[in-house]
Design a binder for this molecule. Structure first.
Ligand SMILES: *Cc1c(COP(=O)(O)O)cnc(C)c1O
Length: 478
């Protein structure tokens, strides 16, 4: 038996490289990431994938180990190139963020020490760090000390957590579900619709509140809708306002919606996954008022704080409500009872990624003032593009940007306008120097500009303007 154990030990030691081996591995990884980052300035923002390449499938998992060099070269060819390059400053599609290097280091540190951040007892420091970050964010939006929150994997789960908290607070029974009413515009992110279904409220009524010409919720209509629903015996429940819609960047009239929600005792939720962190900026602060009047809010650090993907935030004004909806005490967890609220008490997760460190490290190392400047810069860059694009013959714009997302399109002298803009976006993707995504609003195709990568500066915006100009001329001569 001893022989057997010794043989197994020898083999299993491969899982635990010694100091010299670790140093070699670190150097190799560092070589890889440095090459990637040093070339980022000229790297394409989009590379059309080669449909005939088996990609990562070409190297199946096997019994035998592979060298790190070979593994890194697989990443370089199969992952780092094809598709959208979200680390590029010229990536201006969907909602960018970029992925701060400081956070990569934070993730590395978190993974090496592998502290357990789900419950206070297991690692008080990790839970304190996450709670401190949540307190900082709560303070930022003006929530009281009695508020609570959770660092989630993203905005979708954060919205779900808020809806579940509100659902339990209103204490609906299954027999009421079909009478429960949500209010939101058509421009609310689709993850909210998903969350409603997942939360069990599939039967609930969803009222799409009409929007003004700038794609913002019409609060006057909201009030009327609520009143008529009450008259019909329905149970108005939750208003969801967007602080920056994904599609057009519109900010709903938060203060007015808050008044209406309060009058009718509805739960007021704000989806600020894209735009919420602009509250750190001078320009953003002017438009993002009234956050403190909501019952819950979602913010996405992997958007507005430029973190790599995997970190969202939900904040709830009354922590007790979050706790009530998510807390559970299992017998094998009895050592872990503590006054300090743990992530496991206020979210569906138990064991989880220690997300705090990837957020804490960049805030510490770069300081808040750098984030404020970067966010203001993004707003001004969008305004700059808004002015400049109109000076190129044939381009027309949507509403003046509330934050850093806007829509525009080219109006050709002849032919179908939607067709032309679809071709324009396709041609820009094939070119790849910059990346823009498109959307359909009332059956009209628009191109979106979304400025939120921390690497996006004036140069990327000027490049985008010249790529658009060039591409249009090229398409017009075909
Ligand atoms: C991105 C986004 C979401 C979804 O967040 P994920 O982090 O992608 O899950 C929700 N709402 C808005 C407004 C968004 O922009």
């Amino acid at each position: 038996m001893i022989d057997k154990i010794k043989t197994l030990e020898e083999k299993s030691r491969l899982l635990n490289p010694d100091s010299d081996h670790r140093a070699t591995l670190m150097n190799q990884v560092r070589g890889h990431t440095e090459e990637f980052l040093n070339k980022i300035k000229d790297a394409k923002a989009y590379t059309v994938p080669d449909e005939n390449d088996p990609g990562i499938y070409g190297s199946p998992i096997s019994e035998d180990p592979m060298g790190l060099d070979a593994a890194l070269s697989l990443l370089k060819d199969k992952l780092d190139k094809p598709g959208i390059n979200t680390t590029s400053g010229s990536f201006l599609g969907y909602i960018p963020g970029g992925g701060l290097h400081f956070s990569a280091l934070g993730d590395f540190l978190a993974a090496v020490s592998n502290r357990y951040s789900g419950v206070y007892f297991a690692n008080p420091g990790a839970v304190q760090m996450e709670n401190m970050l949540l307190d900082w964010m709560a303070d930022l939006i003006g929530y009281p000390k009695t508020s609570g929150g959770n660092l989630s994997s993203g905005g979708s789960i954060a919205n779900l957590t808020a809806i579940i908290t509100a659902r339990d607070d209103f204490d609906f029974k299954a027999r009421d579900f079909h009478r429960v009413v949500f209010y939101m515009t058509e421009q609310v992110h689709h993850c909210v619709d998903k969350a409603i279904i997942i939360s069990g409220l599939r039967e609930a009524v969803i009222r799409r509140v009409p929007m003004d010409e700038r794609f913002r919720m019409r609060a006057d209509v909201l009030a009327d809708l609520i009143k008529s629903d009450i008259d019909e015996g329905l149970r108005p429940f939750m208003v969801i306002a967007s602080a920056g819609t994904t599609d057009t960047g519109a900010v709903d009239p938060i203060e007015t919606v808050a008044d209406i929600a309060k009058t009718h005792k509805l739960w007021f939720h704000i989806d600020g996954a894209y735009g919420g962190f602009f509250i750190l900026s001078e320009e953003g602060k002017k438009i993002l008022t009234g956050f403190d009047r909501s019952d819950s809010i979602v913010l996405d650090p992997h958007k507005g704080l430029f973190l790599p993907y995997g970190t969202g935030t939900v904040l709830v004004k009354d922590q007790q409500k979050m706790f009530k909806a998510h807390h559970y005490l299992a017998s094998y967890m009895r050592d872990s009872i503590h006054e300090e609220v743990s992530p496991a008490d206020v979210s569906p997760e138990l064991t989880k990624h220690f997300r705090g460190l990837r957020l804490w490290l960049p805030l510490k190392l770069a300081g808040l003032s750098s984030f404020r400047a970067a966010l203001d810069e993004k707003i001004w860059l969008t305004r700059y593009f808004y002015e400049k694009i109109q000076k190129i013959d044939g381009f027309e714009v949507g509403p003046y940007p509330d934050l850093s997302v806007m829509i525009f399109r080219y109006r050709p002298n002849q032919g179908d306008i939607n067709d032309f803009n679809k071709r324009l976006v396709r041609a820009i993707h094939e070119d790849g120097r910059v990346f823009l995504s498109s959307t359909t609003i009332h059956e009209e195709v628009y191109i979106r500009l979304a400025v939120l990568c921390f690497r996006t500066h004036l140069q990327s915006i000027d490049l985008t303007l010249s790529v658009l100009k060039e591409t249009v001329s090229r398409l017009l001569t075909i």
